[in-house]
Design a binder for this molecule. Structure first.
Ligand code: GLC
Length: 417
């Protein structure tokens, strides 16, 4: 007993002098910066170690070349990486195996499928930090005002959006739009397009067993439909909107519907938002009756670089920031959906995110991007897909021939996987 106290006092003294404290570099998304900084502070109090938080580029896609460069150079300047689910295959060979470094009970506390997505070639390459799934946000107050119910199909959504948009404009709100979403040429468009296509029975680009499925009439129909929205219920600008740009329109009170990730529940209730208490949220509509709502699945992770000179401290930080307490904090502060199922019953979390239980269904029905099959070539596959869809939406390419061409290109890329 005495020995333990003496050891603790010794350690405390060491921390005080900074003699043994380690400093690690952590990458966090800009939208997570405040949260990461707060967690780093708590981790310092607990361990004496310091986690320096580095902001990733605003567009997460831009972190890929940055990571690639640092990892190729075996840089020791980067210890902890924030990772999108679709990057796990891409970076798996550069990540430390966490299976022995993170306590088993912390691993078991996560959604099995989410943790499973990070078990690659027998290693645990990252730990889930939170869940993401595409959702539909809408103006509850405006639907009520015009006697509308939340739409079940994309066609219903478009009709409701048009009707309310026109009436609101007539009433003097000239800036009103029906629907804002993400159609910029980037990863987000892969998500938005897959949601439309999968919920129309058109598949997820490449099937789990590796067939290129994108050239089909249901996919063409879904893209055509979305193309028709641009300039009618969606501003031309959506062709250049990412999540944050489209969110700004919605939270300024200028759109009836908005597709985004769960975090918008939190931001739309912050002081800067003009629509506090006017927001409803639901699973995304379906293309046809009988199809599944197919929100894009996008959990995020933290992992440790294989080249870190602080592997133990870094793994400890990853365990801390992905653990139940930190995830509860993130959920209660920012309405971000946890990847720890026990928190789906937590009263404080449910108070902040009342629709959390329904989201479990959205996770179950989610559309999964084909990164499992395509592995290291996912990025090229997704780039080919979103560039091609962007061309179709902006009218540069015709949809059906465009899908044929895309399909050929994907067959080639598949070979180089
Ligand atoms: C969100 C999702 C991520 C997706 C990205 C697209 O960050 O969590 O999976 O790739 O949006 O913009």
């Amino acid at each position: 007993m005495k020995k333990t106290i003496a050891a603790a006092a010794f350690m405390a003294a060491l921390w005080a002098t900074g003699a043994h404290a380690e400093t690690i570099n952590v990458f966090c998304a800009p939208t997570e910066y405040d949260f990461c900084t707060k967690i780093a502070g708590e981790w310092k109090d607990k361990t004496g170690n310091e986690a320096k938080i580095n902001k990733m580029p605003a567009l997460l896609d831009d972190a890929i070349p940055l990571y690639q460069q640092l990892l190729a150079a075996k840089s020791t300047d980067m210890d902890v990486l924030f990772l999108d689910v679709i990057w796990l295959g891409m970076f798996k060979n550069n990540m430390l195996d966490l299976s022995k470094l993170i306590p088993k009970e912390e691993q078991d506390a996560q959604f099995e499928s989410t943790l499973g997505a990070a078990r690659l070639d027998g290693a645990l390459v990252a730990m889930p930090a939170y869940m993401d799934v595409g959702l539909m946000f809408y103006r509850k107050d405006l639907l009520e005002k015009y006697g509308k119910t939340p739409p079940k199909t994309w066609d219903d959504m478009a009709a409701t959006a048009k009707d309310i948009q026109d009436k609101e404009r007539e009433a003097g709100n000239k800036d009103m739009w029906g629907y804002v979403w993400q159609a910029k040429s980037y990863e987000g468009l892969t998500c938005d397009a897959i949601e439309l296509i999968a919920s129309n029975g058109g598949g997820t680009i490449i099937s789990d067993d590796g067939k290129v499925t994108i050239d089909n009439p249901q996919a063409a129909e879904a893209i055509d439909k979305a193309k028709g929205w641009i300039g009618t219920i969606s501003p031309q600008g959506v062709l250049n909107y990412d999540e944050e740009a489209s969110r700004a329109i919605f939270e300024n009170g200028n759109s009836v519907f908005h597709r985004n990730w769960p975090y918008v529940w939190g931001t739309s209730h912050e002081d800067a938002s003009k629509i506090v208490d006017k927001v409803g949220v639901m699973p995304l509509p379906v293309g046809k009756e009988g199809e599944k709502s197919s929100g894009c699945l996008g959990p995020m992770y933290f992992g440790v670089s294989k080249y870190s000179s602080h592997p133990d401290a870094s793994a400890d930080f990853v365990g801390f920031i992905t653990g139940k307490d930190a995830q509860k904090d993130r959920a209660v502060e920012y309405a971000v959906n946890p990847s720890v199922p026990a928190l789906y019953e937590d009263p404080d979390v449910l108070k902040k995110i009342p629709f959390l239980k329904d989201n479990r269904q959205a996770f179950a029905d989610a559309a999964v991007r084909p990164s499992g099959y395509t592995g290291t070539s996912y990025n090229r596959v997704s780039q080919a897909f979103y560039r091609s869809v962007h061309g179709m939406l902006s009218g540069d390419t015709k949809v059906e021939p465009g899908l044929k061409q895309l399909s050929k290109r994907l067959e080639k890329l598949k070979e180089s996987r």
